[in-house]
Design a protein. Structure first.
Length: 478
C-alpha cells in the first residue's frame, strides 16, 4: 500500500493467497486476479506484487501471466525488484522467475531425497493407508503404527476374499455393517475395497517411483493370502461380475441357461395374474424362437437339479480318481519343488532387471516412455512369479486330507446347489460348466464340463476299473 501511495497509484482491488505455495497457478486468489484484470483491463494500469515469486514460482506460468498482462496494457511492478516494461526490466523479471523456480525445484529435490531416505530405512513418511495411523516416535521421526480399531477389518477383507467365495461387493457390505470407515469417516466404497486388495503395503512392502522397499511396519496379511487375492481378482469374467453385483435373486439360471432351440440365454420375470398373484417364469426372449413361450421357475430349476445329480461323480468313480491323484501327487511333488526353485531364481533375476532399468533411466540411457513400457512388463512378470511361488504347496500341506474334503463335497453338489444362496449358485454354476448349458425342453445338455465332471459318462459304461498310469484321466476297457 505504501509503495502505491508514494507513486500516486490508486488501489482498486486486492488479492491474496494466504498459506498457498506459488509453485502452482491453480490458486484461488491468483485466478480471481487474472479474471478481474481480463474483464476490467481498460480500468487497470498495473499489478503490484511484493516479489515475483509471490506471483509464480514456475517460469512457464510467469511467462503466460506476464503475456496476458501485456496484452491488456497492464504493467507488472515488484516492490522489491527492478521489474518494468523496459528491455532490462523484462529481463530482470524473467531472471527472478527462473531463480524462483530453481529455488522451488531444489526444495522439492531435498524433500524427495529426504522421503526416499526415510523409505530406504523402512519408514513410511506419507499418509498412512487405512488400517494404520501416522505417528511420531520418541526421536521425532515420522512413522506409522497399526490402527487397532481398523486393522482387524483389513485383515478380514484379505482373509475372506482369499477364500474365493465372496465378491468384493459382498465383503464391502460386510465390513460396512461391522463399522469400518475410511480415514475421512465415510463408508467403505467399492474402489476402496479394490485398492486395499491390490496394495502391497499390507504385506510389508513399500513402493516409491516403481521401486519396492521392505518396510518396518507390521503387515496386516501374509504374502500367501495377498497373492491368492490377486488370483481371484482376475478370476471373474464381466458377465459373472455383473450378475453378482446386480442380482435378481429369484432367478439364478437367468442368462446362464441357453435356449435349446435358438441358443440365446433365457431371461426371467414374474407374471401377474388377474387376482394380483405373481408367478415366476423363465422364457426365451427371441420372438421368432419355436420354444415354449415360458417355463415355470420350479420346473426349470428342478430339471437343472436332476441334471446336476446325473452328472455328479459317484463314490466308485471318485475312489478311482482319488487313487490316481495320490499317485500323481507323489510323482510330481519333487518336480514341483524343482520348478518352484527355478521360479524363485527367475523372480530374483527380474527384480535385478528392474533395478538396472531404473539405473538406466537415471543415467539417461533410456527415454521415459520406453522406461514405463518396460517397467510394466517386468512388474507384471514379477507378480506372476510371486503368485506361482505362493501357490506352490508347502511341505506341511496334507494333500490326501484336502482331496478327501474336496471329493466329499462333490458327492453333495446337487443338494448344495439347491440350498445355496444366489451368489453361491452363480459361482458353483460357473465352476461346473465351462460353457453355458442349454435346455432342450425338458432336458439339459452342455458341450463342456469341468474336468472331473467330464469323466463320469466315460466311467459309467466301464466294467471293473483298470487304472491307466497316464496322468489324471482314467482309461477303461470296453
Amino acid at each position: 500500500m505504501s509503495h502505491a501511495d508514494k507513486r500516486g497509484i490508486e488501489i482498486v482491488a486486492e488479492f491474496h493467497d494466504d498459506g498457498q505455495s506459488a509453485k502452482t497457478a491453480n490458486r484461488k486468489g491468483l485466478q480471481e486476479m487474472i479474471k478481474y484484470c481480463s474483464v476490467k483491463s481498460h480500468r487497470i494500469d498495473c499489478v503490484i506484487v511484493n516479489k515475483v515469486d509471490r506471483l509464480s514460482r514456475d517460469v512457464n506460468d510467469y511467462t503466460s501471466i506476464y503475456a496476458n498482462f501485456t496484452k491488456g496494457g497492464i504493467s507488472l511492478i515488484s516492490t522489491t525488484e527492478a521489474i518494468n516494461n523496459t528491455s532490462f526490466g523484462k529481463c530482470v523479471g524473467n531472471i527472478m522467475a527462473t531463480f524462483a523456480q530453481l529455488d522451488n525445484d531444489m526444495r522439492s529435490e531435498r524433500v524427495t531425497a529426504g522421503m526416499k531416505k526415510c523409505i530406504e530405512s523402512g519408514r513410511w513418511p506419507f499418509m498412512a493407508p487405512i488400517g494404520y495411523t501416522n505417528f511420531i516416535d520418541t526421536t521425532g521421526k515420522k512413522t506409522i503404527i497399526v490402527d487397532k480399531a481398523k486393522a482387524s477389518s483389513v485383515t478380514y477383507i484379505f482373509n475372506e476374499f482369499a477364500k474365493g467365495v465372496y465378491t468384493e461387493e459382498e465383503i464391502r457390505q460386510r465390513v460396512n455393517v461391522q463399522g469400518l470407515r475410511s480415514n475421512k469417516g465415510k463408508e467403505i466404497s467399492s474402489q476402496m475395497i479394490h485398492k486395499i486388495l491390490v496394495e502391497r503395503f499390507y504385506i510389508g512392502s513399500m513402493t516409491m517411483n516403481g521401486i519396492d522397499y521392505q518396510g518396518t511396519h507390521q503387515p496386516l496379511t501374509t504374502a500367501i493370502t495377498f497373492y491368492k487375492c490377486q488370483k481371484f481378482l482376475r478370476k471373474y469374467d464381466k458377465s459373472t461380475v455383473m450378475a453378482l453385483s446386480n442380482p435378481d435373486e429369484s432367478f439364478p439360471l437367468r442368462n446362464f441357461v441357453l435356449c435349446g432351440r435358438c441358443g440365446r440365454p433365457l431371461t426371467a420375470a414374474f407374471s401377474t395374474s388377474h387376482t394380483g398373484r405373481k408367478f415366476p417364469y423363465y422364457r426365451c426372449y427371441n420372438k421368432l424362437c419355436t420354444a415354449p413361450k415360458s417355463m415355470p421357475k420350479e420346473k426349470l430349476e428342478n430339471d437343472f437339479f436332476e441334471y446336476l445329480k446325473e452328472i455328479t461323480p459317484d463314490k466308485r468313480y471318485l475312489k478311482v480318481i482319488r487313487h490316481m491323484a495320490l499317485e500323481v501327487w507323489e510323482k510330481k511333488y519333487k518336480e514341483i519343488n524343482k520348478t518352484t526353485e527355478q521360479i524363485a531364481k527367475e523372480s530374483e533375476q527380474l527384480k535385478l532387471e528392474k533395478r538396472k532399468l531404473f539405473d538406466m533411466l537415471g543415467r539417461g540411457l533410456i527415454d521415459e516412455n520406453d522406461f514405463k513400457e518396460q517397467l510394466e512388463v517386468i512388474k507384471s512378470a514379477i507378480e506372476e512369479k510371486e503368485i506361482h511361488l505362493n501357490e506352490a504347496p508347502k511341505e506341511n500341506y496334507n494333500f490326501e486330507e484336502a482331496l478327501d474334503l474336496c471329493f466329499n463335497f462333490f458327492l453333495t453338489v446337487p443338494d448344495y446347489w439347491k440350498g445355496a444362496t444366489y451368489n453361491q449358485k452363480i459361482k458353483l454354476q460357473g465352476s461346473i460348466f465351462s460353457k453355458k448349458p442349454s435346455y432342450q425342453y425338458p432336458s439339459f445338455e452342455t458341450p463342456n464340463f469341468s474336468l472331473i465332471f467330464q469323466q463320469k459318462r466315460g466311467f459309467a459304461s466301464a466294467n471293473p476299473p483298470v487304472v491307466a498310469r497316464r496322468g489324471i484321466e482314467p482309461l477303461f476297457h470296453g
